[in-house]
Structure formats: structure tokens, C-alpha cells
Design a protein around this ligand. Structure first.
Ligand code: NAG
Ligand code: NAG
Ligand code: NAG
Length: 338
């Protein structure tokens, strides 16, 4: 939502400028490009939807702020694919959903210095060169939903480690079969929202958790992942989930394995003693033992007296038995019985 507002605000600002500069704008618009064939242009927005082929870079009307292409067969985004003769300088939002894009070459988005939002979801990215996201210093929102093929996912790590993305706040990587976070670190970005829903993440390893712990301002979305709920292995991940407050959809996380825990909520699945708290239990038991021994020691006189009493009681009892035995075995009594 916020990206839309930000774009609206900028559009409004430049509209006002446009208005006050009235005549000048008229002059300038004389050398502007026409609306491209098969596209629809209105209010600084160019929309090209449908399977008609287009040739990149498009010659956009000057001061276009929003460009949407969808349903095209683009395949490769080459160097400066959206900045023909400087027409991309005012572009704030670029949406390229569902265009069968397979490869992003170096500097594909160069020449778009104001771009805030880049939407690349529902493509088939196999090649993402390390310099794919160069010169995107203003970019706040990068959407890569259901778009990465296995090789593209592997290459993304280095593409995202560029210093060009120093203002990136929201990164959406849902639906990409990712097994781990494809980021070497967060230091080069300015992330506040990391969306990893609907991937193949079984757990977050120590390395990833350590990175996240360093950047507490990042909130992470993790629902619809096949978590492995083996409590002995889960401890670090569990501690992070419960203590860091960084996972915003914690309550919806579910186990995928082992079989007996399938679809159980992850937060309830392990009791504290399952999570390696045996040490604590041991310490408590040892303390109880020590207290017991202390009581025994301090009470040793009483105990001695008590033991003596018992011994005495036993001796008395034994004497009674002894006496009875002697009586029972009296031969005269035996004769009487016969
Ligand atoms: C899309 O483009 C690629 C290469 O440009 C081509 O090989 C492929 O046949 C095209 N697909 C369709 C559906 O037009
Ligand atoms: C840039 O403008 C020149 C002349 O105005 C034109 O010949 C050229 O094709 C344009 N380049 C692109 C990529 O549109
Ligand atoms: C989840 O991701 C898979 C691809 O990994 C995709 O086919 C599916 O539509 C996604 N599901 C949702 C609900 O987005």
C-alpha cells in the first residue's frame, strides 16, 4: 500500500509542477514520443497488456511514471531495456508480471534513477546476472513471486548482494521453492519486510538466524513452508521464533514432518524439556538432592536417636518372639496336643 501512496504523492507533486509550468510543458510535450502501438496511455501511465509483441526499449511518452507490461513473450531483458533516450528518468513503478522473462542481463534497469517499485513476479527467471539490479538506488519494493527457476534462485544471491539496492525495504520471494534465504547478508539493503511464504524451507539454520538477529527491524513472513518438527534439532529456530518477534505469521506455521506431527502448529509441537532443557532438569534434581542431604546432616542427632529407638523396639520384639518360641517348643505342651 505504502508504495502506491508514495507513487501517488510523487505524481501529485509533478502534476502541480506541470500545472504551474503550463506553457513550458506544452513546448516540451512537442518532442515527446507517442503512446506505443497496442498500449494504453493515460495520466503518465502506460499499460501494455496482451500477447502482441513489443520491442524494447519502448519509446514512452515523456515523464511516464508507471509502466505495466503483461502477457508478452519477452525472454531476455537486455542492457537498459526501459530507458530509450532517457524516457525512463521519471519512471516510479515498473510492472513486468507474466512476460515469460527468462534472463535478466547486466544493467537491465539502468537509466531508471527514480524507480521505487519493480514487479517481476510470474516469470521464469533462469539467468539473473550479478549486475542485474545495478543503478536502482531508489528502489524500495522488489517483487519476485513464483518467478525463480532453480538456476535463477541460485544466481539471485549475488545479484542481491549489490550495493545498488541500499534503499530496498520490501523483498517478496514467495512461491520459489527456496530451501534457504537467498541472501548473503542484509547489510547492503535497508530491509523491513522479507516475504518467504510458500517456499521449501524446512528450518532456518544457525547462519540465517544469526544474520536475522543482527537486523531486528526486519519482519519475516514464513507461512506455507514445510517445516521439519524434530524437537532436538529445532531449538535455535524455536528460540528465535519465540524471542525475536521477527516472524509476523508465527501462529500459522505448520509442521510437514515427521509424519505424526504433520499439519500441527509449529509453536505448540515441542515442550520445553524436548528442546534440550535436560540440563535444567538435572540441576533442579541435584539441588533437591543436596537439600535432602543437608536436612539429614543437620538432623543427625535426632536420626541417631530415632535409629536407636527402632533398634530397641526391634530388640524387645525379638525377645518376645524368643520367649514364645521357647514356650512353643516345650515338649510337655507337645504331648498335651497329642
Ligand atoms: C517466445 O520467445 C522465444 C525467444 O524469443 C521463442 O523461442 C518462443 O517460441 C516464444 N514463445 C511464444 C509462445 O511465442
Ligand atoms: C533515440 O533517439 C534517436 C533519435 O532521436 C533514434 O534514432 C533512436 O532510435 C532512439 N533510440 C532508441 C533506443 O529508441
Ligand atoms: C506456491 O508456490 C508454487 C510454486 O512454488 C505455486 O505453483 C503455487 O501456486 C503457490 N501457491 C500459492 C498459494 O501462491
Amino acid at each position: 500500500m505504502t508504495d502506491k501512496m508514495e507513487i501517488k504523492r510523487k505524481q501529485l507533486l509533478s502534476k502541480r509542477c506541470h500545472f504551474t509550468l503550463g506553457l513550458m510543458c506544452l513546448f516540451l510535450s512537442a518532442d515527446a514520443y507517442e503512446c506505443p502501438d497496442t498500449c494504453y496511455c493515460e495520466n503518465r501511465t502506460v499499460t501494455c497488456v496482451g500477447t502482441e509483441q513489443i520491442k524494447l526499449p519502448l519509446e514512452l511518452p515523456r515523464r511516464t511514471q508507471t509502466l505495466t507490461l503483461s502477457g508478452k513473450n519477452i525472454s531476455v531483458l537486455t542492457d537498459r531495456a526501459f530507458s530509450a533516450n532517457g524516457t525512463g528518468v521519471d519512471l516510479l513503478a515498473l510492472s513486468l508480471e507474466d512476460n515469460n522473462i527468462e534472463e535478466i542481463k547486466s544493467c537491465a534497469f539502468c537509466g531508471l534513477p527514480e524507480l521505487l517499485s519493480l514487479e517481476l513476479s510470474y516469470n521464469r527467471l533462469m539467468v539473473v546476472t550479478p549486475d542485474a539490479f545495478n543503478e536502482l538506488g531508489q528502489l524500495r519494493y522488489l517483487y519476485l513471486r513464483n518467478t525463480l527457476m532453480a538456476s535463477g534462485a541460485r544466481q539471485l544471491r549475488s545479484a542481491l548482494s549489490t550495493d545498488s539496492l541500499s534503499n530496498l525495504q520490501t523483498l517478496d520471494l514467495s512461491g520459489n521453492r527456496l530451501k534457504a534465504i537467498p541472501l548473503s547478508g542484509f547489510g547492503n539493503l535497508n530491509l523491513t519486510t522479507l516475504i518467504l511464504t510458500n517456499n521449501s524451507i524446512a528450518t532456518l539454520d544457525k547462519h540465517d538466524l544469526q544474520k536475522l538477529n543482527e537486523f531486528k527491524e526486519i519482519s519475516v513472513h514464513l507461512s506455507q513452508n514445510p517445516f521439519e518438527c524434530k524437537c532436538d534439532k529445532l531449538k535455535d529456530f524455536y528460540d528465535w521464533l519465540k524471542n525475536s518477534n521477527q516472524c509476523v505469521d508465527l501462529e500459522t506455521l505448520k509442521c510437514a514432518q515427521p509424519e505424526e506431527k504433520k499439519d500441527k502448529p509449529l509453536v505448540n509441537v515441542c515442550k520445553p524439556q524436548d528442546l534440550g532443557s535436560y540440563v535444567l532438569l538435572g540441576i533442579v534434581l541435584a539441588l533437591i538432592g543436596v537439600v535432602f542431604l543437608m536436612v539429614l546432616y543437620l538432623n543427625r542427632r535426632g536420626i541417631k536417636r530415632w535409629l536407636n529407638n527402632i533398634r530397641e523396639a526391634c530388640r524387645d520384639q525379638m525377645e518376645v518372639y524368643h520367649y514364645r518360641y521357647e514356650q512353643d517348643s516345650d515338649p510337655r505342651l507337645a504331648n498335651v496336643a497329642v
